[in-house]
Ligand binder design. Structure first.
Ligand code: RIB
Ligand code: CA
Length: 349
């Protein structure tokens, strides 16, 4: 009898415990194909049972929003995950205008060029007709306190969602952001201007609104990205096993490493996803972080402090990553890339 009762309790509890380990996420991205970081971050999320991707939302950043969309569709099609919907988001930042500096330095967020076809041609899968912001708001509001957003591009979509619905910020479970650089901590220089990181610099006004929104934030800034390095040796390790995922890696990364065998890529967005899968991989410190949206020499710079300072009165505290257990992260990353491709809809069974 006790076996029957405990068996019954276990039958009820075990699915609950397993479900509690899964993060339902919205994957908000200025997508680029591997070896680009957004592409590898999506593969990591797709291959991780701890994560259920509810939808991919695109934003202008590394490339135009249209290019981000076509490339994300291509990866989902080539990994057999066409059940995951893709939504077009903002094609320009709120205020920031294209400049000669932006054109010369890095990124194609302002580009009007039609997207170039990915290897082998465009995906047959199409983006949804609903827009990214509508999807983000309705998905979060349908499950208050449950949905995590992983935002690894400029924060234009997220800030627009915050502005659109006053109850939205209070309903997000957690927002994991790749963005910013914190001078207070080691390795805190910018990568776009001396102090500003790319994602925050592209849309500083949106970054400021997002960081001040009160959503619980886990920030993955350049400080932690700079503790990473993706080399040809790591790539070769990943493709030792032949699976649909490693074949995709060969198609997208192989030509790049053939051209530039000494190239070392930082893993920005992959760390944001990895830290959601296993929070023990990263070291964090709680800091107030704010963004300078004044159109001066610090436009788009993030500033972190242990207490509030004049001008940052509305800043919120968040967990800021600054170190990573790199060997353990890569062990997990390679293992996920080599695992058989996750089955479509497997987590909704
Ligand atoms: O600064 C690094 C960030 O800018 C990464 O998210 C990269 O993909 C680009 O969006
Ligand atoms: Ca990105």
């Amino acid at each position: 009898m006790w076996t029957r009762i405990f068996g019954g309790i276990a039958a009820v509890l075990i699915p609950t415990v397993l479900a509690a380990q899964t993060h339902p996420i919205i994957f908000d991205t200025d997508f680029i194909l591997p070896p680009g970081d957004d592409g590898l971050a999506l593969l990591l999320a797709l291959q991780s049972p701890e994560i259920e991707i509810l939808g991919v939302t695109t934003v202008a950043g590394n490339e135009s929003m249209e290019r981000a969309t076509t490339d994300a569709l291509w990866v989902l099609e080539h990994t057999g995950r066409t059940e995951i919907p893709v939504y077009r988001g903002a094609d320009m930042p709120w205020v920031h205008e294209k400049s000669e500096f932006a054109e010369r330095r890095y990124g194609k967020w302002f580009s009007n060029e039609p997207p170039a076809p990915p290897p082998g041609g465009f995906a047959e899968k199409h983006a949804e007709s609903e827009g990214a912001v509508e999807f983000i708001v309705s998905t979060v509001m349908a499950r208050p306190g449950e949905v995590t957003i992983v935002a690894i591009g400029p924060l234009t979509n997220i800030a627009t969602a915050i502005r659109q619905d006053a109850a939205f910020a209070g309903s997000v479970r957690e927002l994991v952001i790749m963005g910013g650089a914190v001078a207070l901590l080691p390795d805190g220089a910018g990568n776009m201007t001396p102090n500003a990181e790319f994602n925050f610099w592209v849309d500083p006004e949106a970054a400021r609104v997002t960081l001040r929104s009160g959503i619980p934030i886990l920030l993955s800034p350049l400080n932690v990205s700079r503790k990473t390095s993706l080399t040809k040796d790591w790539y070769e390790k990943m493709i030792e096993v032949e699976t649909p995922i490693t074949k995709l890696l060969e198609t997208t990364m192989g030509p790049r490493f053939a051209r530039e065998p000494e190239r070392v890529f930082l893993m920005y967005d992959q760390v944001a996803v990895g830290s959601l899968i296993d929070p023990t991989l990263v070291t964090t410190e709680e800091l107030y972080v704010d963004v300078d949206a004044n159109h001066g020499i610090s436009y788009g710079t993030s500033v972190g402090g242990r207490e509030i300072w004049p001008g940052a009165e509305g800043a919120k505290k968040m967990r800021v990553q600054h170190d990573i257990d790199w060997p353990r992260f890569m062990e997990m990353f390679v293992e996920r890339m080599q695992a058989p491709a996750a089955a479509p809809n497997s987590r909704q069974d």
